[in-house]
Design a protein around this ligand. Sequence first.
Ligand code: ADP
Ligand code: GLC
Length: 484
Amino acid sequence: MHVACVAPECVPFVKTGGLADVIGSLPREIASRGHKVTVYLPFYRQVQSHFPQKKIALQSITVPFQYYNRFVAVIDGGKRDGVQFYFIDSPELFDREGVYGTQAGEYLDNWERFGLFCRAVLEASKQLGVPDIFHLHDWQTAMLPVFLRSIYYFDPMLRNVGTVLTIHNAGYQGWFPPQTTERLLLPWDIFTMDRLEHYNTFNFLKGGAVYSDALTTVSHKYAEEIQTAEFGNGLDGVFRKRAADLHGILNGVDYSKWDPVTDGKIAAHYSAKDLDGKAACRLDLLHAFGAGHIKEETAVLGIVSRMATQKGFDLTAQIIERLTFEDIFLVVLGTGESYYENLFRSLHERFPEKVSVRITYDETLAHKVHAGSDIYLMPSRYEPCGLNQIYSLKYGSVPVVHATGGLDDTVEEWNPESRTGTGFKFRTYYADEYLNAVQRALAVFQDKDTWHTLIRNGMGLDYSWAKPSEEYIKLYKEVAQRRS
Ligand code: ADP
Ligand code: GLC
C-alpha cells in the first residue's frame, strides 16, 4: 500500500507541538511494516537550513486562484528511514518568520497558504505517485479531501484515493471569511451548514470532517469528548454525525529519542532497574534553572508546554501561592501567549525560592525537565493526547493530570492498597481538586520506597508506535477497500 502523509509540521524540520513528533515517527513505523510512505510538508523558512542544496523534483505546478495563478516547485527531501519527503515550495507564502503567524497574530492569508498546500499536493502526487491513501493531519491539510471530492471529482487518476483525517486538536479549525469559497475556486454549494459553512465562516476542519472517508483523533477519550458540546468546539454535531467513521487511536512516542537509558541530552542514564542516575539529572536540571541549592527532600515539579489556555496555566497560577507552603520547587519551560509568559515571570519574581521559569523553546532543556523532575504537572483544560505526560512516565517523573482526553487514557491513578497505578488525576477542572491531587503526590513522595514502586510502574509502560501503527494500517486498508 502507498500512504501519503500530508502534514503542517514534522521533526526534525519544523515543530510547534506534539503533531511534529507524531509525523516524525508514525510514517517511519508504517514504512518499516513494508508499506510505501511519502510525506508532504510546506517548505517553510524553518525547513530551508536542512536543504542548503535544493533538489528540485518538480519545477513548476500551477495552482489557480480567483484572479491569478501561483506557481510552486516541489523539493525532493530525499528518503529517510524508508520514508520519501517532498516539500511544497512557495517562497511568497512559506518563506516567513513564523510557521502559522507571529506574536502579532495568525497570518491572515493562512487560507491561501494551506489551500495552496493541499491543492499542490494533489497535483504533485499525479506526477510523483498517486497514493492509495492520503493521511491528513489537522485543519491545515483538511482542504485536500474537499478539493478531491468537489473540483477533482472527475479526475480519473484521483478517483479511487481514500482519505483519513487525523484531528490532533479540534480547538484549531481554520476559520476564514465566506469569500474564501470563491477565492479557492470552490463551488458555492459547499458553503452550506451540512458541508463546511460554520456560523457564516469558511471552516477548513469542518470541510475535512465532512469530506474525509475516515476520521481519527489521538486518544479514545478525546474521540468521545469531541462529540460533546463541551469539547467539540462547535463541531460536535458534525463529529456525532460521523461517529461510525471516527476512531480514537492513541499516539505512540519515539523511544529512540525519549528514553533515559539512551537519551544523549541528559546528565546521566538510568532505568527502572537502576534509578541511580536520576539524582544527577535532578541536580543538572536545578543548575539549569539557577537552583542548585535545593535540598534532596524537596519535590521538584516540572512543566514543559506551549503557553496556551488549553494547557491549564491558569489553574497552576491559582494554586501556586498555596503550593509554596509545601516543600516543593517548580520549574517551568514554555513559550507562547504573552499573557501566560508574563504571569509566570511575575510568579517567579514573587516566589523566587519556589518557582523558576524559562521562557524559551529548548529541546535539550525539555529532556532535562522530564529526567530531573520528581513530579510532572499537566492540568490541561483539554488534551487530545498529550505526549509530555507519556515522556514523563518513561523518565520516572510522576504525572499529575486533569482526567481529560489522552491524559485520562495514559495515566492510571495510584492505588496505595494494590500498589498499582502511575500518577494522580483530578476530574473537575477546579483549582482545589488540582491542589489536592498534587498534595496526594507529595504525600507519597515522602515515602521513598513506595515512591520508587510508583515511578517504576510508569517507567515499565510501553507507549511505542508498535500498536498504533498497526491500527492505522488496518484503517488504511479498510478505507482503501471501500474506495476500490
Ligand atoms: P501540544 O502538541 O498540544 O503542544 P504535546 O504534549 O502533544 O502537546 O506535545 C508537546 C511537544 O512540544 C513535546 O514534544 C514537548 O516536549 C514540546 N515542547 C513544548 N514546549 C516546549 C518548549 N518550550 N521547549 C521545548 N519543547 C517544548
Ligand atoms: C496536539 C494536541 C496534543 C497531541 C498532539 C499530537 O497538539 O494538543 O494533545 O498530543 O497534537 O497528536
